[in-house]
Design a binder for this molecule. Structure first.
Ligand code: NAD
Ligand code: DAU
Length: 351
């Protein structure tokens, strides 16, 4: 058997592929379009004997997806591919609707068609794991209980709305077509190989370069941070032991205000790189993000109780290790920031 992963050259998808290849010989196939956020450097350190295949392509290409399903007959599809940055979705939502909504619909359609024509049982022979986000639940007040399974959908950004639409499509395919779907809602991830537009790698990359660190608004927004390896462990548990049709919330009890997080990163940088200290001198308050969600928090108790999963990384230790990773991989950052990586992709795969 094999598993098919979409978006496996991105931040979380590549962490999932790495963890998969270090644990099992079961083949894993990555389908990724290599948008600005996809990065083959993220997969370049897989062990030489890893049973991994990379396919350059678009989840919206139903013919390609059906061909991959027919060729590999995977037991599962893990769907990471998406446009993921809230600020970009505010500037223009087109790519978000196209990839996150139409792309997810195209994948679901291709899976149902493949299962119908290949005689495989949609309920028992195949699993579709949809990686969604906590942002579909909107924003919490300071004293409100954390998001839980029954939280209502209240997406506030175009990104969150596009993920919510995808979630509804996944649910519909389960109810109408009997597809064995699983949906996860995870909080903010951090760790190695995250594109340096997201808060943590952006702060680290800019601070290393001696550039200012932009904090939106008053910096008192709260996010619930989870190490990407803990997220991937939860996804493996959901894939193997989750109940079809169910949703799973994934979070690390890592609630932290943005300003505190940025200061923690600066302290970690001061320790690892004393010549640039104090890095906190680079912090600047800048204009807030429109529609900025104030607080996210996750109640992951049902995921823990049902699947026996719990996070292993404590936030401060995880942040220190993450700072270390970016300091140890200057070329990874430099290739992105200089545009050299994008130029290489264009040369290999066309515009
Ligand atoms: P990312 O932006 O780092 O990577 C996205 C990947 O999808 C890239 O490799 C990109 O090339 C690929 N892709 C985009 N459009 C595609 C298309 N049309 N066809 C094929 N591939 C395409 O994203 P990430 O942060 O790794 O997030 C992965 C998933 O997890 C997303 O669905 C996101 O909504 C969800 N999620 C992310 C977080 C987080 O904190 N980053 C938290 C919860 C959920
Ligand atoms: O909660 C899960 C979501 O987390 C994922 O679904 C998204 O794909 C992922 O991008 C992330 O969304 P956020 O908007 O929370 O992440 P981001 O890193 O963009 O911002 C984190 C917080 O930091 C947020 O409150 C905005 C703030 N911020 C962000 C940037 C880029 C700043 O203050 N300054 C910045 O420069």
């Amino acid at each position: 058997m094999a598993v098919l992963v979409t978006g496996g050259a991105g931040f979380i998808g590549s962490a999932f592929v790495h963890a998969w290849c270090s644990r099992t010989d079961e083949p894993i196939v990555t389908l990724d379009l290599l948008t600005y956020a996809g990065n083959l450097d993220n997969l370049s350190t897989l062990p030489a004997d890893a049973k991994h295949r990379f396919v350059h392509g678009d989840i919206r290409d139903g013919g390609l997806v059906r061909a991959l399903l027919e060729e590999h007959r995977p037991r599962a599809l893990v769907h990471f591919a998406a446009e993921t940055h809230v600020d970009r979705s505010i500037k223009s939502a087109d790519a978000f609707v196209s990839t996150n909504v139409a792309g997810t619909a195209a994948l679901l359609e291709a899976c149902s068609e493949h299962l119908a024509t290949s005689g495989r049982n949609a309920r028992t022979g195949f699993r579709f794991l949809h990686v969604s986000t906590d942002e579909v639940f909107g924003s919490l007040g300071p004293q409100e209980a954390a998001f839980h399974r029954a939280s209502p959908y209240r997406p506030n950004s175009p990104y969150a709305a596009s993920k919510a639409a995808a979630d509804h499509l996944v649910r519909a395919w389960h109810v109408t077509h009997g597809l064995a779907t699983l949906t996860t809602h995870c909080s903010n991830n951090y760790g190695p190989r995250q594109f340096p537009e997201k808060l943590i790698p952006l702060c680290i990359a800019r601070a290393i370069a001696g550039e200012t660190i932009p904090v939106y608004g008053d910096g008192l927004q709260v996010r619930d941070w989870l190490h990407v390896e803990d997220h991937c462990a939860a996804l493996r548990a959901v894939l193997e032991r989750g109940t079809p049709g169910a949703t799973y919330l994934i979070g690390g009890h890592g609630e932290c205000r943005n300003l505190d997080l940025v200061h923690a990163l600066c302290t970690a940088l001061d320790e690892a790189r004393p010549d640039g200290a104090p890095h906190a001198r680079l912090i600047r308050f800048v204009e807030d993000r429109p529609g900025h969600d104030r607080r996210y928090a996750i109640d992951a108790s049902s995921t823990r109780d049902e699947l026996g999963w719990s996070p292993r990384h404590a936030l401060l230790d995880g942040l220190r290790a993450t700072v270390r990773w970016y300091l140890d991989h200057p070329n990874w950052i430099e290739r992105i920031r200089s545009g050299a990586y994008a130029a290489w992709v264009k040369e290999q795969y066309g515009p």
